[in-house]
Design a protein around this ligand. Structure first.
Ligand SMILES: [Zn+2]
Length: 487
């Protein structure tokens, strides 16, 4: 069994030990954290774990700001940053493997040019919060709960104060137009379950304690402790739900926006809110559901891999959380997908929750906030760190390296190392360093030039994506090709 709190602590500690750049201002700004933890477990040996990628961030840019050069990060939600950092890490590990370095996480497979993750290694995805979108639509069942007790903020004294106990307030009783006019920090509401910010504190569902997802009131398998009703039944019974700021994509059943529990449709694809304009970025729940079938490695690395890399588990920090909403969002929606190409499958990760809360979460920040500090707001920067020898740290704001002058935007210096174009260049370096005889078949004797070309040439991956789209996500918006034709 995975040591859930140990994994969580590892991620929080790793964040704490990073330099200050890009971190939220204590007591005023909050952020979200996600990470990928590499787990090594040989039979009868002690489990070894290390963070190989970490991301923070709450923002997403609108359609108009997207770049055809692939040089801007469209989506800077922590989960997305953490996955992209992991792709950067894996690209470096493949480069090591190709050059014969035995320290790589990859070992050769029986197929020429294809590699696989060493058998004792697995990857766990950590997120400090429930992912935005479908997983954040959580029934509020039972008695009003209190906000998570405070945790010691980074570098601060623990004053030993207790959590404020506040009454459940139902935002659902407000008319939608009024709610939507309310000013929100930066016009974004990534911290789902907490939009607008005050209600975050007041309406948490009962919090499962450490490693006890069975306490979740809507977990279908939990027949003993509760009523034995299915998750759906519980959802119908709940008087209200936590909400997501992510909007249904065209073609999906739109939200009924009825008061209380009837506000949202569940199980549908959603796009993230941006700064007042629509984005093309799917919610983290949707992207994570996609990883459940396609793997976390993306199209490019799949050229080099014998099989996709799936997350063994998703660990969520202490926050409003529902096991059944997570199951619905990440697993149930894709569970029926069949006819996948060889090596692809529906891989349901273990869904676990920790008892430890992130000290820079929105509730913790509100708790330690002083009115003199200005209003509590999401941190505008996104931090990426990954386990690579050169420039592991990459801090961005608005999709470009933080601190860039307007004049520098568009230059290579302004690019994030996890932007599409930089990950593509790292991949091309891998291809160039691979001896011709050791190239995967999908890349041999091909005239591939653009990012689009290389992605399309990943045949099995594209087939799997096609099946997933047709069977589970027909409304998934396609990225415009003109945004992917850079070199
Ligand atoms: Zn998100």
């Amino acid at each position: 069994m995975l040591p859930v709190d140990e994994i969580t602590k590892l991620c929080y500690d790793h964040f704490r030990n990073l330099p200050k750049r890009g971190k939220p201002e204590l007591g005023r700004e909050w952020t979200l954290l996600a990470a990928v933890v590499e787990v090594r477990q040989k039979p009868k040996e002690k489990i070894e774990m290390k963070v190989v990628s970490l991301g923070t961030g709450t923002k997403c840019i609108g359609r108009a700001a997207m770049s055809p050069k692939g040089d801007i990060l469209n989506d800077s939600h922590a989960e997305v940053i953490a996955r992209r950092g992991c792709v950067r890490y894996l690209t470096e590990q493949l480069r090591l493997a190709v050059s014969g370095d035995k320290g790589s996480v990859f070992c050769s497979s029986e197929e020429m040019g294809k590699w696989k993750v060493q058998p004792e290694v697995s990857f766990v995805f950590f997120t400090s919060h429930t992912p935005c979108g479908d997983a954040s639509i959580i029934p509020m069942v039972g008695s009003p709960s209190q906000v998570c007790p405070p945790v010691r903020p980074e570098g601060a004294e623990d004053k030993g104060s207790s959590a404020p106990k506040t009454a459940l307030k139902r935002r659902a009783e407000e008319p939608e137009d009024q709610a939507s006019k309310r000013p929100r920090p930066e016009g974004e509401g990534h911290q789902d379950l907490g939009r607008p910010d005050k209600e975050m504190k007041t309406g948490s569902p009962p919090q499962p304690e450490a490693n006890q997802p069975s306490e979740d009131p809507c977990k279908p398998s939990d027949g003993e402790a509760h009523t034995g009703q299915s998750g759906d039944a519980e959802e119908q019974q709940a008087q209200d739900i936590h909400r997501t700021g992510a909007k249904c994509v065209p073609g999906e059943t739109s939200d009924p926006k009825e008061p209380g529990a009837g506000y949202h449709s569940t199980g549908v694809l959603r796009v993230k809110p941006g700064r007042g304009q629509p984005t093309l970025s799917l919610s983290c729940s949707d992207k994570m559901a996609r990883w459940t079938v396609l793997g976390l490695q993306g199209a490019l690395l799949s050229h080099y891999l014998k099989e996709p890399i799936y997350f063994r588990a998703v660990v969520t920090g202490k926050c409003p959380y529902s096991q059944c909403a997570m199951q619905r969002a990440l697993c149930k929606r894709v569970s029926q997908v069949t006819d996948l190409p060889a090596a692809f499958r529906v891989h349901t990760p273990e869904l676990l929750q920790s008892s430890l809360e992130f000290s820079h979460s929105q509730p913790q920040t509100q708790h330690s906030h002083h009115s003199s500090k200005g209003r509590v707001s999401p941190c505008g920067a996104a931090i990426s760190w990954c386990a690579v020898p050169e420039q592991p740290l990459d801090v961005t704001a608005n999709g470009y390296k933080q601190g860039m002058t307007k004049k520098a935007l568009g230059t290579p210096q302004a690019r994030s190392l996890i932007s599409k174009v930089e990950l593509f260049h790292a991949f091309q370096t891998l291809v160039t360093s691979t001896p011709n005889t050791h190239l995967p078949a999908s890349l041999r004797d091909k005239e591939l030039q653009t990012y689009w070309d290389y992605k399309q040439a990943a045949g099995a991956y594209q087939q799997a994506w096609q099946q997933l789209r047709v069977q589970a996500f027909p409304s998934w918006p396609r990225s415009p090709r003109e945004l992917l034709e850079f070199r």
